[in-house]
Write a protein that binds this ligand. Structure first.
Ligand code: GDP
Length: 594
């Protein structure tokens, strides 16, 4: 009988050296096999699965692709976020898990109060009172079923997490104060929840207040497509009072019903994976990391890899600081033993041993370094359009901010009507007010661009947008805005750049400076001469040099970055020495004009 062949698991791509290691052969042997199959490869060349499989089979083994259960599913944007973690699990292994709930809403509408009240009234009998909650999440039991609450209210945290591709929550509780109604932040929160496919339950808080007006708030909710079920809609709107501890049971019931509809499952025996909720560095104990288990079961001693941190779990605690040995899906835990600090929102998975985890960590660090060199993910209109054309995204997603409601409406209407060959726009969020970090976070996580009409982006928003390559476009004329979006849809929107003159210097005399070559002694006539600008040289009415790099600008003997009009300086241009007195050196910067 033929001997059964050893199975070798091969990734989609690997180097010749890695393949040799996998089959315990020398790289030379592998290279010889490749040559005999007509392929010249060096030891560090990458080969694909099919090529590697030929070598593996010829060397007497059986090839099989590596099945990367979790990571593969995580990338599947089409799946609702909470299903990605167990997408590749066999349905027969799936079990219902407690829903993970995040609380969102406008400031002062009662998020913190509600979280407090839920924790105090619902924790298991006997434990209440003496509890010191150690971590930013807790579990309550309602009618024998558990619910996990993320204790970081505010959608900024939620948005930041989403922006990193993570998904902690299965259900969003939107807190709306009955005396105040739907506010700007409420709408942002709705946009975030919707963009991540998280169902919303509304907690209509502060109904104890004399000026509470639930009917008015329900109307406002209907206006933003959260029509209460009692009005024939699909949104559960639960009147509560955090102050008087009223309606809490109803709210928990509504959360469970919503969760049941959303079919929140996990395989407790599957590959362990989840999300990092928090990480802090303790001087004596090292990294203390809060994890939310979302699939599989996390155990003491497991090797965990989260973002660019890795380690074996030395100690594990539940939300009350009690030491535990294992944690099932939807359980928040605090763990110690990780080297390095993961970031909130990183996904974590477990590995068989530290060696395996470290290898992947090294790859990640390299990829991370590479990505940093390459710069941030670009989300300019043109780039999105490329994805759009390639069918990666089906609509051009926009986040719209305008100065007043009166300008928002016509813009939204015109944009919604725009259709170019069946492709259209999707406005994820439209609101009055300046462009904030929240808008940018929503753009990052939803692959959208931010459009402002007669508004500005605040500094924090600009910084975040710049570091993440999110495009913010602002307009002051409606038809230009619409025109640009239409052009984008048509694929016509090529960026137009113009060189803008920011300063002019006149050459007075020339001289030679050791190391610097020939330098023009100039007087700055207009604007400023700037070291990091480009320069062109005009003699009479003719440009004799264009687009030159400024080599040096010196005042007296010092190198300077810029010199303003009215001052004299020495200017050197790279690769050009033919200055003559009277020449004008124009300093230009490239600016985008559309
Ligand atoms: P957050 O900013 O959304 O976290 O709101 P807080 O929980 O801090 O609550 C803001 C204010 O509203 C506090 O002064 C609370 O005491 C008050 N508050 C919260 N819930 C209720 C409620 O149900 N009824 C009344 N009357 N006041 C409430």
């Amino acid at each position: 009988m033929a001997k059964e062949r050893q199975i070798i698991e091969i990734p989609e791509f690997l180097t010749v050296r890695e393949l040799a290691t996998l089959i315990s052969a020398s790289p030379i042997e592998v290279m010889k096999q490749l040559i005999s199959n007509g392929m010249m490869k060096t030891i560090n060349d990458q080969i694909d699965y099919d090529t590697a499989a030929i070598v593996v089979e010829e060397m007497g083994y059986e090839a099989q692709p590596v099945i990367e259960v979790v990571e593969e599913a995580l990338d599947d944007e089409k799946l609702p976020a909470w299903k990605r973690l167990y997408a590749n699990e066999d349905p027969k292994n799936l079990e219902r898990r407690p829903p993970v709930v995040t609380i969102l809403g406008h400031v002062d509408h009662g998020k913190t109060s509600l979280l407090d009240v839920i924790r105090k009234t619902q924790v298991a009998e006997g434990e209440a009172g003496g509890i010191t909650q150690a971590i930013g999440a807790y579990q309550v039991t309602h009618n024998g079923r558990k619910i996990t609450f993320l204790d970081t209210p505010g959608h900024a945290a939620f948005a930041a997490m989403r922006a990193r591709g993570a998904q902690g929550a299965d259900v969003a509780v939107l807190v709306v104060a009955a005396d105040d109604g739907v506010m700007a932040t409420t709408k942002e929160a709705i946009a975030h929840a919707r963009a991540s496919n998280v169902p919303i339950v509304v907690a209509l808080n502060k109904i104890d207040k004399r000026n509470a007006n639930p009917e008015k708030v329900k109307q406002e909710l209907s206006d933003v497509d959260l029509t209460p079920d009692e009005w024939g809609g699909t949104t559960m709107v639960i009147p509560v009072s955090a102050r008087e501890k009223k309606g809490i049971d109803d709210l928990l019931e509504a959360i469970l019903m919503t969760a049941d509809e959303a079919q929140i499952y996990a395989n407790p025996k599957g590959r362990t994976a989840g999300t990092v909720l928090e990480a802090e560095l303790d001087k004596s104990r090292g990294a203390i990391v809060t994890l939310l288990v979302q699939n599989g079961t996390l155990r003491l001693g497991d090797v965990v890899l989260a973002g660019v941190a890795e380690g074996r779990i030395r100690a594990m605690f539940d939300e009350n600081g009690k030491s535990i040995k294992e944690a099932s899906p939807s359980t928040p835990v605090q763990v110690m033993g990780m080297s390095g600090m993961p970031t909130a929102g990183d996904l974590f998975t477990t590995y068989k041993n530290e060696r395996e985890a470290r290898e992947i960590l090294d790859e990640r660090k390299q990829a991370h370094a590479l990505a940093t060199v390459k710069g941030p993910r670009n989300l300019s209109m043109e780039d999105l359009l490329k994805q759009f054309e390639a069918g990666v995204v089906k609509e051009l997603r926009l986040i719209l901010k305008a100065d007043v409601q009166g300008s928002l409406e016509p813009i939204v209407n015109s944009l919604s009507d725009l259709k170019v060959e069946g492709l259209g726009t999707k406005i994820l969020h439209a609101e009055t007010g300046n462009i904030t970090e929240n808008d940018v976070n929503l753009a990052i996580s939803s692959q959208a661009i931010v459009i402002g009409f007669k508004v500005e982006a605040d500094n924090a928003a600009r910084r975040l947008a710049e570091s993440n390559g999110v495009e913010i476009r602002t307009y002051s004329v409606i038809y230009q805005l619409i025109d640009d979006v239409e052009k984008a849809l048509k694929g016509l929107l090529e960026p137009v750049y113009e060189d803008k003159v920011i300063g002019i210097a006149q050459v007075l005399k020339t001289f030679k400076v050791p190391k610097y070559g020939k330098i023009a002694g100039c007087s700055v006539r207009d604007g400023e001469a700037r070291r990091n600008a480009k320069a062109r040289v005009k003699r009479g009415s003719v440009y004799i040099l264009e687009n030159a790099t400024v080599g040096s600008i010196r005042r007296e003997t010092e190198d300077v970055r810029e010199v303003r009009a009215g001052f004299e300086c020495g200017i050197g241009l790279d690769g050009f020495e033919d200055f003559r007195p009277g020449d004008l050196i124009e300093f230009t910067v490239r600016e985008r004009v559309n």
